[in-house]
Design a protein around this ligand. Structure first.
Ligand SMILES: *Cc1c(COP(=O)(O)O)cnc(C)c1O
Length: 375
C-alpha cells in the first residue's frame, strides 16, 4: 500500500459528515460571497488563538500582501525576509515595488537569524538607498520563530513585524498561540497546511482594530462605509464562503491533529536521531509540524532510495530565494547566505500528518534508516 505524504483522505473520511452538512448549508442559503460562515469562522479562529480580530482572506499570499499594503509599503522600502522559505515571502514586497533584503537563517531551526538580520538592517541604513520598513518572520515548517528577539530588533529600528504563519497556525509558545505573537499574523489554509481548506484560503490576525478595519476594506476593493465608496486601492481577496464552511468543520479537530503530529515527530526523533539530523526543538515553543525535516548527506540518493521503497519525501526548499532567477537581482549571489545555501542541499521532509498509523510510521523509519545507511 502506498504511503501518502499528507493524508488528506483520512481526515476527510473522519470529518465528512460535518463537512458535507456545512457545505450543503452554503448551497442552500446561496450567500457565496462573504456569507455567514465567513464571519462565524473568523470568530472561531480569533477565539481559538486568542487574537482580537480575524479577517478571512483568499490565500496566505494575499494575507501577506494585504498586511504590507496596510502599512503603505512600496517603492524605496526595504523588507527583510529569510532566504530559506517559500517564494511568496519575497514575492509580495516586489509586487508592491518594495525591495526584499534576504537574510540568512539559523542552520538548526531553519528560522531567520537575528544577528544576520541586525547586520543587514545596518547595511541598508549605511547604504542609504532604501528605507528599512518591515521584517517578515517565517515560522518555517511550523516552529514559531523567536518573536521576543525579533520584536526587540523591530522596535529598535522602527520596523513593522509581520508573522508569516502559513505553516505554523496551531503552534504556540509560552507567550501564547500563533496568531498572537506579532502585531499582525498571516495564515494560509492551502490544503496541505496544518489547517487546510479545499482550495485557497487564508487569514489575517491582529489585536489592532484599525488594522483589522483596513484589511476588511482592502479585501473588498478598498471600500469604505458604502458599497461604492472606495477609500483606498484594494483587492478582490475575500475568503470564499464554502472554504469558510469547510474550515469551520475542520478547526475543532486541529489541536488533536497537532498533538498527533507532535507524537509522530517524537517517534521520528527517537528512531532516526542517530542516523540523521532531526529538527531542532526550542524551549518554550511548540511546532505545528507542518513538515518534519531532517538533514542528511547524499540527500538526493536517500530520497531516491526512499521513493523506490514506497516512501514519499519532499525537498523544501531546493534553492534559496536569493539564488532564484526572479529574485537574484535583489540578492548578493552564491556564497552570500551560506547557511540557507547549505540547507538546500541537505534537507529532506518526511511524511507528516495527524492520521498516521503506527505500522506506517515504523515502515517509514525502517526505510529511512536503510536509505541513510546505504549513503
Ligand atoms: C504556503 C506558504 C505561503 C503562501 O500561502 P498560500 O495560501 O499558498 O498563498 C506563504 N508563506 C509560506 C512560508 C508558506 O509556506
Amino acid at each position: 500500500m502506498s504511503i501518502p505524504f499528507v493524508d488528506l483522505k483520512a481526515q476527510h473520511m473522519r470529518l465528512k459528515s460535518e463537512i458535507d452538512r456545512r457545505v450543503a448549508a452554503v448551497m442552500d442559503h446561496g450567500r457565496f460571497i462573504l456569507g455567514p460562515e465567513v464571519g462565524e469562522f473568523e470568530e472561531a479562529l480569533a477565539e481559538h488563538c486568542g487574537a482580537t480580530h480575524a479577517i478571512g482572506v483568499s490565500s496566505g499570499t494575499d494575507a501577506l500582501l494585504m498586511a504590507m499594503m496596510g502599512e503603505g509599503i512600496g517603492a524605496g522600502d526595504a523588507v527583510f525576509v529569510p532566504s530559506f522559505t517559500f517564494t511568496a515571502t519575497a514575492e509580495v514586497p516586489l509586487l508592491l515595488g518594495a525591495t526584499p533584503v534576504f537574510v540568512d537563517v539559523d542552520g538548526d531551526d531553519f528560522n531567520i537569524d537575528v544577528d544576520d538580520l541586525e547586520r543587514r538592517i545596518e547595511d541598508v541604513q549605511a547604504a542609504g538607498r532604501l528605507k528599512p520598513r518591515a521584517i517578515v518572520a517565517v515560522d518555517l515548517f511550523g516552529l514559531p520563530t523567536d518573536y521576543d528577539a525579533l520584536a526587540q530588533v523591530a522596535d529598535r529600528h522602527g520596523l513593522f513585524l509581520l508573522a508569516d504563519a502559513a505553516q505554523s497556525y496551531g503552534g504556540r509558545t509560552d507567550a501564547g498561540r500563533v496568531g498572537t505573537l506579532a502585531p499582525v499574523t498571516a495564515c494560509s489554509f492551502f490544503p496541505a497546511k496544518p489547517l487546510g481548506c479545499y482550495g485557497d484560503g487564508g487569514a489575517l490576525l491582529t489585536d489592532d482594530a484599525e488594522r483589522a478595519a483596513c484589511y476588511r476594506s482592502i479585501r473588498a476593493h478598498g471600500k469604505g462605509g458604502g458599497k461604492y465608496d472606495i477609500v483606498r486601492v484594494g483587492l478582490n481577496a475575500r475568503l470564499d464562503t464554502i472554504q469558510a464552511a469547510i474550515l469551520l468543520a475542520k478547526l475543532p479537530s486541529l489541536d488533536e491533529e497537532i498533538a498527533a503530529r507532535q507524537r509522530l515527530a517524537d517517534l521520528y526523533d527517537s528512531r532516526l536521531g542517530n542516523m540523521a539530523t532531526t529538527p531542532a526543538r526550542r524551549e518554550g515553543r511548540l511546532s505545528a509540524w507542518a513538515q518534519y525535516t531532517i538533514k542528511v548527506d547524499d540527500r538526493d540518493g536517500v530520497a531516491a532510495r526512499l521513493n523506490a521503497a514506497g516512501v514519499p519525501t519532499a525537498v523544501y526548499y531546493p534553492r534559496p530565494l536569493h539564488l532564484q532567477p526572479a529574485y537574484a537581482p535583489f540578492g548578493d549571489g552564491p556564497g552570500s547566505l551560506p547557511r540557507s545555501e547549505a540547507l538546500c542541499a541537505r534537507v529532506l521532509s518526511l511524511p507528516m500528518h495527524g492520521y498516521m498509523q503506527d505500522e506506517t510510521a515504523d515502515r517509514i523509519c525502517t526505510a529511512v534508516r536503510d536509505a541513510v545507511s546505504r549513503a
